[in-house]
Design a protein around this ligand. Sequence first.
Ligand SMILES: Nc1ncnc2c1ncn2[C@@H]1O[C@H](COP(=O)(O)OP(=O)(O)OP(=O)(O)O)[C@@H](O)[C@H]1O
Length: 311
Amino acid sequence: MQVLEPKIQTSPAPPVLRVRSLSKRFGNVSAVERVDLEVHRGEIFGFLGPNGAGKTTTLGMILGLVRPTAGDIEVLGQRVGSGRTTVLRKVGALLGAPALYPHLSGRTHLELLARLQGGVSPGRIVEVLEWVGLSKAAHRLAGTYSTGMKQRLGIAMALLGEPELLILDEPTSGMDPAGMKETRELMKSLAASGITLIFSSHLLHEVEAVCDRIAVIHRGRLVAQGAVQELLSKGEGVRVKVDAPEEAALILSGLARRTEIVGDYLEVFGLDVKEIVRQLVAAGFVPSEVLPLRSDLEELFLELTREGEGR
Ligand SMILES: Nc1ncnc2c1ncn2[C@@H]1O[C@H](COP(=O)(O)OP(=O)(O)OP(=O)(O)O)[C@@H](O)[C@H]1O
């Protein structure tokens, strides 16, 4: 006799954030146009776009600070924007530079905020200070902090309520390279502890360094979304200058995934650069130039930022 096992229906956890067809108009300006986003638990999600692309407006709508013209937002499975949105208590955020009192210490900022928020254990203050690397500087006045330290205090304040999702708008803005690196390391350690992170940036290399997935926004519209490696690896190849590119292409045709002649150049995809050079030289073609080709994402982003410069 066949025994039928009862099927246990386990519905997958809802995404931490789901945004559908989100739009915002300010008078005649269409700041955000039908943007869709999906962010999963434990991810570091980068929101990339040149200045004025619509990043801050989108993050503001997610946080219930800006009223959308149209569209739906769900945070941890609950709709944002309809009545009291208790789910936003599980979201920590830092938009822009933190508003600090220069004559109060880092610790006092956290103590005052803890009193305002309520329900924060004294141990939590020690914990968040430790996390952001401000334990030793906790008693110093915030006015004496560097830009990076101020930002880290802002992040500590956003972490006080034990958020499941942390949203940071341009967290490395105005920092020197060392501060940027520290902030990136902090974001990685927060994600490793289970917090989902969304942050915006106008720097491709920054999102590339820390994100699992990214969305690229330009003039209010989403132009790309996906896993960073997927977006970066598309079109990965090498451009080689040789005297007879058509003949050189024949040498590599069985080895490379694809070859293409572009003007005087031969573009080779899916073959290691050393192997390309080795094969060409062995066949008597000595390349006078060998250049890595930019990924589609880099091309796209350079195009967007070049356009952005003129705005
Ligand atoms: N309150 C507002 N009133 C009118 N227009 C606005 C308002 N807020 C934003 N905008 C416009 O909406 C567009 C998107 O701005 P937003 O600040 O969201 O972009 P961003 O990608 O965050 O850029 P940045 O990195 O420069 O902050 C811009 O054209 C901006 O001028």
